[in-house]
Design a protein around this ligand. Structure first.
Ligand SMILES: Cc1cc2nc3c(=O)[nH]c(=O)nc-3n(C[C@H](O)[C@H](O)[C@H](O)COP(=O)(O)OP(=O)(O)OC[C@H]3O[C@@H](n4cnc5c(N)ncnc54)[C@H](O)[C@@H]3O)c2cc1C
Length: 518
């Protein structure tokens, strides 16, 4: 194994953003991921690119300038991602319901401040909504709601962005190894000099590097204590549960932010690929329990939903998932929903750098902060970053947007005509951007472009592309993260599993795995 400048452990949003930013600055980078990239918290988020309305309120209530800075920084990052990957990240309008003129004035002022903080990175400015407008946007909503303030944030596909960051870093020279879990460190003179990793076949490999970064999310404390057994724990894990409903509660594309649940938290009801995403809870938990949905949490979310949407008599859960927030432990005894979501780049005496906390929207800020610590450890000044568009994006945001209509027209010729054709074209563009045509090029015969599901119109050509060029190795990779079928509809994912597995088996014995990347 060659010596790398930077070894990153963990292929979630933090590790992926760091790999991407590091190769842009000419570093020799390797990234090890224990399983499939994005399999941790980074594919289980609420999928919002946001400054955080809740954090803005906290900033004012606690007169906390650090919290305000965090909101402003995140609003600027929100725009960055919408520009870089407009095919998978778009503005989303969200209604914040109010109970009368005083509350309406309070939230209008707060959301006006949210717009102001965004500055030139602002989306549609916030505005008031009366009862009729609110009912038109969210038809099943309790008619007792007097009105709302409508504001904008971003919505994106977290697993796809995670993957594109890593694939782009790889295309620029990073070595990315999936199924490679770090189990130990080697030291020299008290300093970590290499990581020891175990592959899925049980074999171990040694990865020496000049600098090692721990980007393992909620597992970060485990890696820190492997590197330096006497270090104290820094993280608090808080589990967030989401439900997906078959019914569209947001048919006009406007989401709802419930400002206060019975225990004082916020809850989102959002449009999500033709269905409704509801979440999230916020309960402290052990690392091992971060991805399990408890019956109590499901009941909590459903109770609130029934109360807020009495006009929707049938609510069917088609999928549920949970993810663990890696929060930095507060100094005092505060509830986890009140912990400032600031990240920290920590360096232990043994030289291991850990990325703690953070949020998806600001993963690039975390990566740039981490690079400062990396540069200090390497004892070198890093050059300015080279431009590196994400795979599927054009050379500039304008060029990406300008290319999409012509791409859409070409996809009309390549996809089978039928009831799902437009949905399939939307899906291909949303997932692969300007590479959508190459995806269909992976079909062996024309039927490979036929959609296999009405929930998400994936096709066999797409699965071949995921296997050849996007590291997919299991049916869960195909159905959970390359497309989001399992996150939308678990029964549909089960139905498709045998077809996905037989294609994976056929691909593993065919030479197509060794073709060059497009
Ligand atoms: C419910 C929920 C909703 C959220 N919603 C939003 C949102 O809407 N917007 C937003 O901006 N932020 C959101 N966040 C925050 C955001 O999702 C997280 O901050 C972010 O995804 C954390 O990324 P990460 O890379 O640090 O961790 P992870 O995504 O967990 O990545 C860590 C990776 O490390 C790997 N790993 C672990 N141990 C090892 C090892 N020994 N060797 C190799 N690899 C290892 C894991 O397999 C994993 O893939 C949300 C968080 C939660 C929990």
């Amino acid at each position: 194994m060659d010596h790398f400048d930077l070894l990153i452990i963990g292929g979630g949003s933090s590790g992926a953003a760091l790999a991407y930013e590091a190769v842009r600055r000419g570093l020799r980078v390797a990234l090890l991921e224990a399983g499939d990239p994005g399999q941790g918290t980074s594919s289980r988020s609420t999928k919002l690119l946001h400054g955080g309305v809740r954090y803005l309120e906290l900033a004012f209530k606690q007169l906390d300038a650090a919290q305000l800075k965090l909101v402003r920084e995140a609003l600027s990052e929100r725009q960055y991602w919408i520009d870089q990957a407009p095919f998978l990240a778009q503005p989303l309008r969200i209604a914040l319901p109010t109970q009368g003129p005083i509350e309406q004035a309070y939230y209008r002022m707060g959301l006006g401040m949210y717009d102001l903080l965004a500055g030139s990175a602002g989306l549609d400015p916030s505005r008031g909504m009366d009862r009729q407008q609110l009912q038109a946007a969210l038809p099943g909503l309790d008619p007792e709601r007097h009105g709302a303030v409508l504001y904008s944030d971003g919505q994106f596909d977290d697993a796809r962005l995670n993957l594109l960051l890593l694939l782009t870093a790889e295309s620029a020279g990073a070595v990315v190894q999936r199924d490679c879990a770090v189990i130990d460190f080697e030291h020299d003179g008290g300093q970590v000099i290499a990581a020891v990793a175990r592959g899925c076949d049980g074999s171990t490999t040694r990865w020496p590097a000049r600098c090692i970064v721990n980007a393992t999310g909620i597992q970060a404390d485990r890696l820190r204590s492997l590197a330096q057994p006497d270090c104290r724990e820094r993280l608090l894990v808080s589990r967030g549960v989401h439900l997906v409903l078959e019914q569209q509660l947001c048919p006009a594309g406007t989401g709802l932010l419930i400002p206060k649940t019975s225990d004082g938290r916020v809850m989102f009801v959002l449009p999500f690929q033709g269905r409704t995403l509801v979440g999230t809870t916020d309960s402290p938990c052990a690392v091992a329990e971060a991805t399990s949905v408890s019956a109590a949490e499901e009941t909590f979310l459903m109770d609130h939903l029934r109360r807020w949407f009495p006009g929707q008599p049938t609510l069917t859960i088609s999928s549920r998932w949970a993810g663990g927030r890696p929060l930095i432990q507060p100094d005092s005894e505060r509830g986890s929903s009140k912990v400032v979501r600031e990240h920290e780049v920590e360096r232990l005496d043994c030289g291991l750098i850990s990325l703690l906390g953070g949020k998806w929207t600001t993963c690039r800020v975390l990566a740039v902060d981490a690079l400062r610590a990396v540069a200090a450890q390497l004892n070198q000044t890093l050059p300015a970053p080279e431009p590196l568009p994400l795979l599927g994006a054009g050379s500039s945001p304008e060029q990406t947007l300008a290319s999409l209509p012509a791409l859409r027209a070409r996809l009309e010729q390549l996809t089978p005509a039928g009831a799902l054709q437009h949905q399939q074209i939307d899906h291909l563009i949303a997932n692969y951007g300007l590479h959508a045509e190459q995806v269909l090029g992976q079909g062996l015969d024309p039927s490979d472009a036929t959609p296999l599901s009405a929930v998400v119109p994936v096709c066999r050509a797409e699965w071949r592309y995921n296997i050849r060029f996007e590291w997919a190795k299991t049916s869960a990779d195909l159905l959970e993260r390359r497309s989001r079928i399992a996150f939308l509809d678990q029964a549909e994912a089960e139905r498709l599993t045998p077809a996905a597995e037989s294609l994976l088996l056929a691909s593993s014995i065919s030479p197509i795995n060794h073709q060059p990347k497009p």
